[in-house]
Design a protein around this ligand. Structure first.
Ligand code: GDP
Ligand code: ZN
Length: 285
C-alpha cells in the first residue's frame, strides 16, 4: 500500500503526489458512491492491473466547498493597505468565516508601499496582540520570511479582488496562475471557465489555485458554534456560565469580562456582535 496526496481531480482521474512525483490514479467504484475522494485528501493506493487505484480516503479534518478542497490548514487573508482601502471589518469577517471552518486564518497586509510605517504598525499590532500571525509585505520588499508560511501546509487564499493575491503568489513562483474573477470575465460566462481545483507546490507547501471565501455569506452558520469559533474568544468562552452563551449580555460571560479587562480587542468584539446579528437575521429568512 502507498499513501499519497490528491492534488488534482477531473471526473474519475486523480493526480496523486507521493515519492516526490505525481501519479495518475482512479478511484475504486465504492469510493465514488460513498466518500468521494477530494483534492487535499490523503489516500491509500494500490498498483493493480497496471494502474494506481485509490482504495481508501484517510480521515479528513475539514472540507471546503469553494474551492472544493479537503484538509485545508490555513487561509491567507490578503488585504491591501490601500487600493482598495484596508478594512478591519472585512478582515474580521473573513477571520470569522475561516475559523468557523476549522482553518487557521493568517493575515497578510499587502501593498505596504502605499502607507507609512506608523499605519503599518497599527494594523499589524491590532492582529498580533490578539494572537494572529501577521505578515506585512509588498512587491517592494524581499519576501524571505513570508515564504516560510507555506511549508508543509495546504493553503487557500482569501480576500477581495485587487488586493494583490495573484501578484503575491507570483512573487514566490512565477509559473503560478491564480484563477481570479478577472480571468473568468475574459473567458466569458462561468460555464466556459474550467475550475479544476488544483493544488500547486509552493515554497514547500500546497496552495489552491482558486481563492476561497469569496462571498461573505453567514446564512449557514450556527450562532452558538460561531460564538465559540472566534479565535479571540478561545481562551475565555469555556469559562462562560452558560454553554450556549453568545457573549452578548448573558450573566457570567467570561468573554465580556475579558473585553472589560481589555484582554479582547474591542474592534473584533464589535465586529463579532455585528456578524452575529447578520446570522440571526439571515436564519429567519
Ligand atoms: P488579486 O485580484 O487579489 O489577485 O490582485 P492582483 O495581484 O491582480 O493585483 C491587483 C493590482 O494591485 C495590480 O494592478 C497590481 O499591480 C497591484 N499590486 C499588487 N501588489 C502590489 C504591491 O505590493 N504594491 C502596489 N502598490 N501595488 C500592487
Ligand atoms: Zn460568554
Amino acid at each position: 500500500m502507498q499513501t499519497g496526496l490528491i492534488i488534482k481531480n477531473i471526473s474519475n482521474q486523480y493526480t496523486v503526489y507521493f515519492n516526490q512525483e505525481t501519479h495518475i490514479a482512479v478511484a475504486m467504484g465504492k469510493l465514488r458512491l460513498g466518500k468521494r475522494p477530494l483534492v487535499g485528501d490523503h489516500v491509500r493506493l494500490e498498483f493493480t492491473d497496471n494502474k494506481w487505484v485509490i482504495q481508501e480516503v484517510l480521515e479528513r479534518k475539514n472540507a471546503l466547498n469553494r474551492p472544493l478542497v479537503a484538509n485545508v490548514d490555513q487561509a491567507l487573508i490578503v488585504m491591501s493597505a490601500k487600493e482598495p482601502d484596508f478594512s478591519y471589518r472585512l478582515v474580521d469577517r473573513l477571520i470569522f468565516l475561516v475559523s468557523y471552518e476549522g482553518i487557521e486564518p493568517i493575515i497578510v497586509l499587502n501593498k505596504t508601499d502605499l502607507i507609512n510605517q506608523d499605519e503599518i504598525d497599527k494594523i499589524v499590532s491590532e492582529y498580533e496582540s490578539s494572537g494572529y500571525k501577521v505578515y506585512a509585505t509588498s512587491r517592494k520588499t524581499q519576501d524571505v520570511s513570508f515564504t516560510e508560511v507555506f511549508e508543509d501546509k495546504i493553503t487557500v487564499l482569501a480576500g477581495q479582488s485587487g488586493v494583490g493575491k495573484s501578484s503575491l503568489i507570483n512573487r514566490i513562483d512565477q509559473t503560478f496562475e491564480l484563477q481570479t474573477q478577472e480571468i473568468s470575465k475574459v473567458l466569458g460566462r462561468g460555464k466556459h471557465t474550467t475550475r479544476h481545483n488544483e493544488l500547486h507546490q509552493i515554497a514547500g507547501g500546497w496552495v489552491a489555485d482558486t481563492p476561497g471565501f469569496s462571498s461573505l455569506d453567514f446564512k449557514h452558520l450556527d450562532p452558538v458554534s460561531f460564538a465559540n469559533s472566534v479565535p479571540d474568544f478561545e481562551e475565555y468562552w469555556p469559562s462562560c456560565r452558560f454553554r450556549d452563551c453568545l457573549h452578548q449580555s448573558e450573566p457570567g460571560c467570561a468573554v465580556k469580562k475579558a473585553l472589560e479587562n481589555k484582554e479582547i480587542s474591542q474592534i473584533r468584539y464589535d465586529h463579532y456582535i455585528e456578524t452575529l446579528a447578520l446570522i440571526k437575521e439571515e436564519s429567519h429568512d
